[in-house]
Ligand binder design. Structure first.
Ligand code: ADP
Ligand code: ADP
Length: 229
């Protein structure tokens, strides 16, 4: 089941002197329930793609669909609604509110979502049941990122987009955070798209899309992960 589809997706940054083709005509499909990883050298277009899929940025040319909804046909207000209704984001930095506990940080989202899970349930999913009433400063970096993941999934989004979620963590902690993303993907069946340089993710992913110079170089399908459990 296709969730995202792009057709000749192109993003050009025109700095005056040079034109940078951050995305140079990308055709891809992303499928429901899959843990999909974007890999490739720095500058190859991964973040640009993630931002356009998440409705944070506009394409220069080409088209993008989220199911039947054409994102490239929406203006800012429509993209805002799309993000609110369908997308959870996880970034390198956790952006937790320091004066609120873990539970209260997640409740900021669950209070306004249409069909949320209880904040405590979201924190249980990421293994933080014992940290509900801790403040961010009382948590490790890995734990703070797990709170951010709980916040992102608590509204039950159809898509979870993660841009370098392990970028600020040491490699051991980073692997633990990737394991949490894998667990969330298993438990909720959320299409999860991850940009990371952490090689461990390749074993966990259903599909790895390799970027080079704004284009897809090749796609690896992990047949072991795709096989029914
Ligand atoms: P990746 O995520 O693979 O590191 P990016 O999508 O961040 O790659 O960047 C792709 C290309 O677009 C790079 O050459 C980068 O320098 C350029 N780029 C990204 N954002 C901007 C911007 N706001 N202005 C100009 N160029 C940009
Ligand atoms: P406007 O240009 O008036 O702000 P929008 O870009 O917000 O219009 O939306 C254009 C159309 O796309 C709307 O009529 C709406 O029905 C549809 N639409 C926008 N966002 C969503 C969404 N998240 N889910 C489904 N349909 C949407």
């Amino acid at each position: 089941e296709t969730v995202f589809r792009t057709k000749d997706l192109t993003k050009v940054y025109d700095t005056g002197e040079v034109k940078v083709f951050a995305l140079a005509g990308v055709d891809l499909e992303l499928y429901a329930g899959e843990l999909t990883v974007l890999l490739g050298p720095s500058g190859s277009g991964k973040s640009t793609l993630l931002n356009i899929l998440g409705g944070l940025d506009h394409a220069t040319e080409g088209r993008v669909w989220f199911r039947d909804l054409e994102l490239t046909g929406l203006r800012d207000r429509g993209l805002t609604r799309f993000r609110r209704d369908h997308v959870g984001f996880v970034f390198q930095f956790y952006n937790l509110v320091p004066s609120l506990t873990a539970r209260e940080n997640v409740q900021l989202v669950t209070d306004v979502a249409r069909n949320p899970m209880p904040a405590a349930e979201a924190l249980d999913l990421v293994g933080l049941s014992h940290r509900l009433d801790h403040f961010p400063a009382e948590l490790s970096g890995g734990e703070q990122q797990r709170v951010a993941i709980a916040r992102a999934v608590a509204k039950r989004p159809e898509v979870l987009l993660c841009d370098e979620p392990t970028g600020a963590l040491d490699s051991k902690t980073g692997i633990q955070v990737l394991e949490v993303l894998r667990q969330v993907n298993d438990d909720l069946g959320t299409l999860t798209v991850v940009i990371t340089h952490n090689a461990e993710i390749r074993k966990m992913a259903h599909r790895v899309i390799w970027f080079q110079d704004g284009s897809i170089n090749h796609v690896d399908v992990n047949s072991e992960r795709l096989a029914p459990a």
